[in-house]
Write a protein that binds this ligand. Structure first.
Ligand SMILES: Cc1cc2nc3c(=O)[nH]c(=O)nc-3n(C[C@H](O)[C@H](O)[C@H](O)COP(=O)(O)OP(=O)(O)OC[C@H]3O[C@@H](n4cnc5c(N)ncnc54)[C@H](O)[C@@H]3O)c2cc1C
Length: 460
């Protein structure tokens, strides 16, 4: 009799779950578990907003499993030891999980898989956190794409030929899950404070149900204006699904299929709005395949020339940026949004990243780390991709001489200043700082530093 242990990680839902569907289809009974790693949860790279979101998502997942008469077994400790003990205790003879693209997670999964394989336990893993895996959308030569536009073209061709189908995992559950009374007593869902984090009512929380509502709400109310309004932070016109996609409370397949379904019935103008939103998911897949195929990007520039940039890394400048005290209202408003809500609008992420890496000449990895600690959607692939794009060190990155002018960006994307005023009530008072740098001077300085490395003539 096959009993499969499904190891939940960043896929905290029951619907459209590849590993869970496989387990239900292939075995007589299914056990579900999540491992809390104190080492990871206390790591300085792991921030309160992410932890808070994950714990709310875990609570939702547990409630759903209990409604099926079972439970989520919550373990705490070393991944391999904990899962191995549970599998032994419950006589599980198969392990299933969804694959990750983060090199550290891949290394961890290899350790767990080896441990199980050595005991003769079958291990199966699945592509689930992205629409298409790292080796599915490739150039004709089989090499990975490093430029977005041809990648996108190929992605759309692939989708058109074989659209993504939802896994019927939830429907397969009845009768498969081991009843709660046969499971060992397990930990309560902890609070972020258990691991040294400070939770906040302003950070996002969510679970599978709220993810679905967020998607529904976006499709009904905002997708039809997405392309026109997505760059305007005051309108808040994007989906806010990113923390959900990070924790996996909704699947990418569900989001993408829903968008394509709406596209099929839309007029021409609306089609374009929807296509722009779908394109963001293709960027997401693109960065995940970059990280998986070029794991060195996790710890350094994709373009090795980026190693030679002479960063200034001025501590006071970096602190002012982190605290939103640069004297550039759009930058400070953006950092206030991040620090207080655990989320930042995409246009603002681009503005603050350009400001840090070009105007202040602070290494992008400082900014990447700060985002990681403060975003509820902190995701190595998207974060690293976004930072390297902004710092001109990545694949298909912004050209090095593209230095955002924060004042022009503010005029273009927050024309009446309503976002800035909402975030910075102290603007215009003596509490608000003077600019820490002169943008015109900083731009020329950035062009010199970057130009020296990327070998182009300095444009002024
Ligand atoms: C410097 C920088 C750092 C970033 N760090 C992260 C991060 O840690 N985690 C993260 O999820 N996104 C990151 N992004 C991408 C983007 O800013 C967020 O995904 C987006 O703002 C989330 O808001 P939303 O859910 O309302 O997005 P929507 O506009 O509604 O987009 C839908 C989904 O598409 C995906 N997406 C959108 N834009 C991008 C993009 N440029 N790259 C990859 N995926 C994208 C996200 O999963 C998002 O939820 C970063 C961008 C930059 C420039």
């Amino acid at each position: 009799m096959l009993r499969t242990l499904v190891w939940f990680r960043r896929d905290l839902r029951l619907r459209d779950h590849a590993a869970l569907a496989y387990a239900c289809n292939s075995s007589e009974s299914v056990v579900t578990a999540f491992v809390l790693s104190p080492t990871l949860l206390r790591d300085e790279r792991c921030g309160a907003p992410l932890v808070q979101f994950f714990f709310s998502a875990l609570r939702g997942l547990r409630e759903r499993l209990r409604s099926f008469g079972s439970d989520l077994v919550l373990l705490e400790g070393d991944f391999a030891d904990e899962l191995d003990n549970l599998a032994t205790q419950l006589n599980c003879n198969a392990l299933a999980f969804n694959q990750d693209t983060d090199p550290a997670a891949i290394a961890r999964d290899a350790i767990v898989s080896e441990r199980f394989a050595a005991r003769g336990i079958k291990v199966s893993s699945f592509v689930d956190q992205v629409a298409f895996g790292h080796d599915r959308i490739t150039q004709a030569s089989g090499k990975p794409y490093t430029v977005f536009t041809p990648y996108k073209k190929r992605w759309i061709e692939t989708y058109t030929n074989s659209p993504l189908c939802a896994y019927p995992s939830e429907r397969l559950l009845p009768g498969k899950l081991l009843p709660r009374e046969e499971l060992p007593p397990s930990h309560d869902i902890p609070t972020p404070e258990t691991y040294g984090h400070t939770s906040s009512p302003h950070f996002p929380t969510g679970d599978e149900m709220s993810a679905r509502n967020t998607l529904k709400d976006f499709l009904h109310q905002r997708i039809g204006r997405y392309q026109d309004q997505r760059n305007l932070p005051a309108l808040d016109a994007t989906s806010h699904l990113s923390p959900h996609l990070r924790a996996g409370t909704i699947s990418v397949r569900t989001c993408i299929s829903a968008a394509f379904a709406q596209h099929a019935n839309a007029d021409h103008a609306t089609e374009q709005q929807i296509e722009t939103w779908i394109s963001e998911f293709i960027w997401r897949d693109f960065y995940h395949q970059i990280l998986r195929n070029f794991p060195h990007t996790a710890t350094g520039p994709f373009d090795p020339r980026g190693n030679a940039i002479r960063w200034l890394n001025d501590e006071a400048d970096f602190t002012a940026w982190c605290q939103g005290r640069t004297g550039f209202p759009i930058v400070d408003a953006a950092m206030r949004q991040l620090n207080t809500t655990g989320w930042m609008h995409n246009r603002l992420r681009m503005i603050v990243a350009s400001f840090l890496t070009k105007d202040l000449l602070v290494n992008w990895q400082y900014g990447e780390r700060y985002f990681e600690q403060h975003l509820a959607d902190a995701d190595l692939a998207a974060n690293n991709g976004g930072w390297q794009w902004s710092a001109s060190t990545g694949t298909d990155a912004a050209p090095y001489f593209r230095v955002f002018n924060p004042t022009i960006q503010a005029k273009t994307y927050d024309p009446d200043g309503s976002f800035v005023r909402r975030m910075l009530p102290e603007l215009g008072t003596s509490d608000y700082p003077a600019p820490i740098v002169d943008h015109a001077y900083a731009r020329v300085r950035a062009l010199e530093h970057y130009g020296a490395v990327f070998g182009k003539k300095v444009k002024s």
